[in-house]
Design a binder for this molecule. Structure first.
Ligand SMILES: Nc1ncnc2c1ncn2[C@@H]1O[C@H](COP(=O)(O)OP(=O)(O)O)[C@@H](O)[C@H]1O
Ligand SMILES: [Mg+2]
Length: 235
């Protein structure tokens, strides 16, 4: 099967500080890959490169068989909107909107009618256990509730790729499992490729395989990879 999202030889430095020294990572449709690595190892940077939010210093990003990284900002935004869901490490819901309005955004921006968008948003919020907060503004809910809203927004338009940066970081075990179940379900039921950044072995155990980012490159490969995960967290 061919990758839906692939980074090849990705390098990135902030000023004189190299972070990624040539990372190769391919996501196949329907797989959940856990990305592990110590804090500061470049996990968020790698997600931003794959999402086309940052340009690599060298290397290539391919999305659905098309070279993605050199495209114009406008074209990258458009493809990102249609093909990707993104959960940022620090929630980035629009504070002036309600949770439901935030979740509707990717649907409304791609032309889905208001009533249908609302129904799909509410159904996804219900799955994530936050439907009772759907009509509150972001500032009126807890960090964990807003985070579940962000996950709902990443999944609601059924994108082929979801990039999730520590999506369960601010959640207790039970709500964290709701989020992981929704991500794994998207992979199983819709063939979504999910890249799941996490520190936690318990979270990585939900993935089909894991990769470890260390010293600017990616280690690991096939298999359940719990050994790789254990190395990542020093267990
Ligand atoms: N915008 C930035 N400007 C300068 N340095 C940055 C920036 N973002 C991240 N860094 C640095 O790059 C390294 C990797 O960061 P990051 O990708 O956030 O790692 P992780 O997500 O694995 O914790 C860290 O040393 C961090 O301090
Ligand atoms: Mg990070």
């Amino acid at each position: 099967m061919s990758a839906v999202l692939e980074g090849r030889g990705l390098r990135h430095a902030y000023g004189a500080t190299p972070v990624l020294g040539g990372v190769d990572l391919a996501l196949e449709p329907g797989e959940v890959v856990a990305l592990l690595g110590p804090s500061g190892s470049g996990k968020s940077t790698l997600l931003h490169l794959l999402a086309g939010l940052l340009r690599p210093d060298a290397g290539e990003v391919w999305l659905a068989g098309e070279r993605f990284d050199p495209l114009s900002e406008r074209r990258r935004s458009d493809l990102r909107l249609r093909q990707m869901g993104f959960v940022f490490q620090l929630g980035d819901l629009v504070p002036e909107l309600t949770i439901a309005e935030n979740v509707e955004l990717p649907l409304r921006l791609t032309g889905v009618r208001a009533t249908s968008a609302r129904a799909q948003a509410l159904a996804m919020l219900d799955r994530l256990g936050v439907s009772e907060h759907a009509h509150k503004r972001v500032s009126e809910v807890s960090g964990g509730q807003a985070q579940r809203g962000a996950v709902a927004r990443a999944l609601v338009h059924r994108p082929p790729v979801v990039l999730a940066d520590e999506p369960t970081g601010s959640l207790d075990t039970t709500t964290g499992e709701l989020v992981l179940e929704a991500l794994v379900d998207a992979a199983t039921a819709q063939g979504t490729a999910v890249l799941l950044v996490t520190h936690e072995l318990r979270v990585a155990a939900w993935a089909h395989r894991d990769v470890l980012l260390r010293d600017g490159s990616v280690l690991g490969g096939a298999g359940s990879g719990v050994a790789v995960a254990a190395t990542a967290v020093g267990a």
